[in-house]
Write a protein that binds this ligand. Structure first.
Ligand code: ADP
Ligand code: MG
Length: 260
């Protein structure tokens, strides 16, 4: 590739095992007449970490919401771990189990303890016995480094701790992929690092991840690839280094100048 060519090909897996985990092909999404996602082609490899950046309203959330079927795409196809997304209810349940999602607002149940938040879906959806679900939850709390918070309620914890509980809750369903939608945007600055560190640990453990985040330090350290979106399109794709040193598109340069 000559240095002046803008790479918009997001189908070249650059990390992980090289095997494909998520495949999005010629995908379009409309909200009424509004064309929110335009001809998206993206592949994510097993154990690959892809960071998605772009201005507000560019379609980042819609993209990952389509991948776990919180939104239905209108054209093209999406395949997750060999399962093509369709309107079949069983298919939707299967996809939701494979893909965990972590939101900006942690969405914990305020009236349930940390332990109950984490074990709710494994017990009710996966029918895991209580003792086993509790043991797994404790292991996960160790992993996100807050085992001593097990019996607290969300309101008794900091934002960073709540987000780590939300990550533990997602992992309790043993997803093959975790999608993060600006997981640190609602946090006070001093809590951002603990959540990014948790995400980094997860990446190092080999989780396949798509992270919508503007934390470029995280991108530089953890991402295999960065995808820049604007106006519902994938505008530029490259390594984190590429975005720091050699962004090509005017829209990319403008956006980076605003966040870096
Ligand atoms: P981002 O996450 O990059 O900020 P979104 O994916 O949330 O962007 O939104 C992309 C565009 O789609 C925006 O213009 C937004 O207003 C529009 N949009 C998102 N969700 C809906 C919806 N449910 N109904 C109508 N428009 C929507
Ligand atoms: Mg968003």
């Amino acid at each position: 590739m000559s240095p002046t060519t803008v790479n918009t090909d997001a189908t070249e897996i650059t990390g992980g095992t090289g095997q494909v985990m998520i495949e999005v092909e010629k995908m379009h999404k409309f909200f009424g007449d509004f064309h929110a996602l335009k001809d998206i082609d993206l592949k994510v490899g097993q154990q690959e970490v892809v960071v998605v950046i772009g201005p507000s309203g560019s379609g980042k959330s819609t993209l990952i919401r389509c991948i776990n079927r919180l939104e239905r795409h209108d054209r093209g196809k999406i395949v997750v771990d060999g399962i093509e997304l369709s309107d079949d209810v069983r298919n939707i349940q299967e996809i939701r189990r494979e893909t965990g999602m972590v939101f900006q607002s942690f969405n914990l149940f305020p009236h349930l303890t940390v332990m109950e938040n984490i074990t709710l879906a494994p017990r009710n959806v996966r029918k895991i016995p209580k003792a086993e679900a509790d043991a797994t939850a404790m292991e996960l709390l160790e992993r996100v480094k807050i085992p001593q918070q097990a019996n607290k309620y969300p309101g008794q914890m900091s934002g960073g701790q709540q987000q780590r509980v939300a990550i533990a809750r997602t992992l309790a369903m043993k997803p093959k992929v975790v999608l993060f939608d600006e997981p640190t945007s609602a946090l006070d600055p001093e809590m951002v690092k603990e959540v990014l560190d948790t995400m980094k640990d997860l990446a190092n453990d080999g989780m396949t991840m798509i992270c919508v985040t503007h934390e470029m330090g995280f991108a530089r350290e953890v991402a295999d690839r960065v995808v820049f979106m604007a106006d519902g399109e994938i505008v530029e794709v490259g390594s984190p280094e590429h975005f720091f040193t050699d962004p090509q598109e005017e829209r990319t340069k403008l956006f980076l100048s605003q966040i870096l």
